[in-house]
Design a binder for this molecule. Structure first.
Ligand code: ADP
Ligand code: MG
Length: 597
């Protein structure tokens, strides 16, 4: 369940602001500075790994880029640290965009491996380049100052570091609760669902990779001017792994887990470094071993890290409230987002001719031909394995056709990506639901409204998107009420019954403003009452001029609902006609009953 822990979060954060004003020893301030610096990097990892699903071991290299850029510019060239900050961000951002564009499209373990390679090679570069001081590094880096005020004292730097962290936190939180943020949250679920909502997954992956690198670079800049010297050691692969540890320990899926992880790991490390040599009687980095064991235990007992656990204890005393709430009335009184032109009733909208899909030797769809007219509800039925879902995937662009043509409103779509197809007005649900279980019904449905807005990630981070965001959430809320899930608006989607999750997907598809709606086995797992409600909804949509292609296994469900049925068996069309005709068709009965009378 999603916890609202605003108070806890700000208490935690506020405490760190009060802390330097207390008469604490200087050593504590140093630890606090490091926690702040680490938290900034870990926050980027939460965005990248926990929320976006991309693992990076190379964040320390970006920290190094930020640190070395400002170190070089301010010592060798005598430039202002503020120029160093800008230059460091540009260098790291460009490097991340370059690596990102090469690697994030590749699936699986490619990105983690690439980040390891990147982390290692940059570390050796830092250590061998002449003008970066080789292994001695660069020293004599000036302290920061603003308007002539010197910021060199560690207590003052503490304030600077934590202000930067606070700023990053605000920006990331704003970004996550927005249209681009929902696109980022959808990434972890693979490509199919987000692309079907029109989300350009590769672009968003590069975006979070760049954002995480920028935060790392900022941390490096702060580090260089706090430490006043840099060398390669703190930017090595071991630090890249430690950053990832921090994020995982704190809770890699939670923004506040970044700080928690940095606190726990930094505190623990300093304790262990004192304690372990005493216990073991010799010096060495034994804490690494303890960390390794800790990570394994944590992954066994609490996959999500410490934050959800802390949050649930807190929630016992402070009842949760939804974090994202749809406005009761749209800003203009009505959801007036522009809608696409509707085709005239009866106009031909979908034409499938000789469509074929082959998986190696298996012909899953064999020269299928059928059409759909505006305002029609067509059922595509057939026994399991007949090729219905594959046909569905050809129309929705999840798979390209091997041969044949599919046209939507006159345009060829058989080789287009799902991202382009949804843009043209084909909305869909999934046979196996694709939603983000921990997000609310509202946030999940709002993912369908992605193409209805245009606010940029920057606008979202700065909260300049609030007007549009309110309209998008209102639109999502309207669709949720329309499908009858109004009372579950703020419930985590994962806690709905399976039937309701399918209905949720219809609401999400409706947000894309489709003229043709494709539903893959929407009645599977529904109880009789729910089936009746779903049939009513489909009739209502038809009344509004929507065309629907219903892929179903359940003949009874489609009989009273559809205008026409197309029946498939072994990839081919074996019959087409009115439901009443199909009911008595010998070939169909044979296919369903396996030839038994
Ligand atoms: P239905 O939805 O009617 O139950 P499907 O379209 O899912 O049927 O499957 C039709 C046939 O194609 C099945 O034999 C299935 O095993 C095969 N098939 C479906 N998808 C793939 C794939 N990605 N790779 C290989 N075979 C597949
Ligand atoms: Mg299927």
């Amino acid at each position: 369940m999603k916890m609202s822990t605003k108070k806890l979060q700000w208490l935690m954060f506020g405490w760190f602001f009060v802390f330097p004003f207390l008469p604490v020893p200087g050593y504590w301030i140093t630890i606090g500075n490091y926690i702040g610096l680490y938290s900034i990097v870990a926050l980027g990892l939460v965005l990248l790994t926990g929320i976006g699903g991309l693992t990076s071991f190379g964040q320390a290299a970006f920290v190094g880029l930020g640190a070395y850029t400002t170190a070089y510019l301010s010592t060798t060239l005598g430039w202002s640290p503020w120029v160093g900050l800008g230059a460091g961000l540009v260098v790291s951002g460009l490097a991340a965009a370059l690596i990102g564009s090469v690697t994030v499209r590749l699936s699986g373990h490619f990105l983690p491996l690439a980040t390891i390679a990147w982390g290692l090679s940059l570390y050796y570069l830092f250590g061998t380049i002449e003008f970066l001081g080789k292994y001695d590094g660069l020293s004599g880096i000036p302290a920061l100052s603003v308007f002539g005020i010197d910021l060199s004292s560690p207590r003052v730097m503490y304030g600077v570091i934590w202000l930067c962290l606070g700023g990053c936190l605000m920006l990331v939180l704003n970004l996550l609760n927005s249209r681009p943020g929902r696109a980022i949250r959808a990434l972890a679920k693979g490509k199919t669902m987000p692309e079907a909502m029109g989300i350009h997954t590769a672009q968003y992956k590069i975006l979070i990779f760049v954002l995480a690198a920028l935060m790392a670079s900022l941390s490096g800049w702060l580090y260089a001017h706090l430490q006043r010297s840099v060398s390669a050691t703190p930017f090595g692969l071991h630090m890249g792994i430690e950053y990832l540890f921090m994020a995982v320990v704190g809770g890699v899926g939670h923004v506040w887990g970044a700080i928690l992880g940095a606190v726990v790991m930094t505190g623990l490390k300093s304790q262990l470094q004192d304690l372990l040599p005493l216990l073991l009687g010799s010096n060495g980095n034994f804490e690494i071993v303890v960390f390794g064991v800790m990570i394994v235990l944590l992954l066994l007992w609490s996959r999500d890290g410490l934050w959800p656990w802390v949050a649930s204890v807190w929630a016992k005393f402070h009842p949760p409230e939804p974090e994202v709430v749809a406005p009761a009335i749209a800003p203009d009184g009505y959801s007036d987002l522009p809608r696409r032109a509707r085709p005239q009733a009866g106009a031909l909208i979908l034409e499938v001719s000789d469509a074929r899909k082959q998986f190696g030797g298996l012909v899953a769809v064999k020269d299928m031909a059928f059409e759909i007219r505006a305002g029609e509800v067509v059922g595509l039925i057939g026994p399991n394995g007949a090729g219905k879902s594959t046909m569905f995937n050809l129309v929705t662009g999840v798979l390209p056709a091997t041969s044949g043509e599919i046209r939507f409103c006159g345009e060829r779509i058989d080789q287009l990506d799902s991202r382009h197809i949804v843009r043209m007005g084909i909305g869909r649900s999934f046979q196996h639901v694709h939603l983000i279980p921990q997000l609310s019904v509202l946030e999940n449905v709002a993912m369908g409204a992605h193409l209805r807005g245009r606010s940029s990630p920057l606008a979202a981070a700065l909260r300049l998107d609030r007007h549009e965001e309110a309209r998008l959430l209102f639109l999502a809320a309207e669709q949720i009420r329309r499908v009858g899930l109004g009372e579950y608006m703020h419930t985590p989607a994962g806690s709905l019954a399976l039937g309701q999750q399918r209905i949720l997907e219809i609401a999400r598809a409706l947000c894309t403003d489709p003229t043709l709606l494709l539903l893959d086995e929407p009645a599977a797992g529904l109880r009789l009452k729910e089936k009746e409600a779903l049939a009513d909804l489909i009739r209502q949509l038809k009344g509004e001029g929507m065309s629907v292609l219903l892929v179903e296994h359940d003949m009874d469900f489609v009989m009273g609902l559809t205008d026409r049925l197309v029946v498939m068996e072994f990839g081919s069309k074996i019959a087409e006609g009115l439901p009443a005709e199909i009911q008595n068709n010998e070939a169909v009965l044979a296919a369903y009953l396996g030839g038994v009378e």
